[in-house]
Design a protein around this ligand. Structure first.
Ligand code: SF4
Length: 99
């Protein structure tokens, strides 16, 4: 079976390797980080720790808001972007829609 990497993940991969067409990608705090930290969607202790580590990296990122806006615009349903995991982004969108 062949696994195809979704376009959004491919773009995010580029972002995190500072080879992105996005103008803010080269300033990303996660450039060079281990990608699996940002795409750990499981519920085991190690997977949760990976997600927390990713969020820590985002915390000090100078392009955090741009990254979050980008993920929200593209409605990306996986991975940590702008310091938020998919469920947190979903709640943010729901709150903004209700406001
Ligand atoms: S906010 Fe997080 S995922 Fe987005 S560019 Fe910065 S460090 Fe990377």
């Amino acid at each position: 079976m062949t696994t195809t990497i979704p376009k959004e993940i491919a773009v995010a991969t580029d972002t995190r390797n500072a080879q992105t067409p996005l103008d803010w990608g080269s300033a990303a705090a996660c450039a060079g980080s281990v990608l699996s930290l940002f795409f750990s969607s499981g519920t085991s202790g190690m997977e949760k720790l990976a997600t927390l580590r990713a969020k820590d990296i985002c915390e000090g990122c100078p392009v955090r808001q741009k990254c979050l806006d980008w993920a929200l615009d593209l409605e990306i349903e996986y991975g940590v972007y702008g310091g938020l995991d998919p469920r947190e982004r979903e709640r943010l969108v729901a709150r903004e829609a209700a406001a």
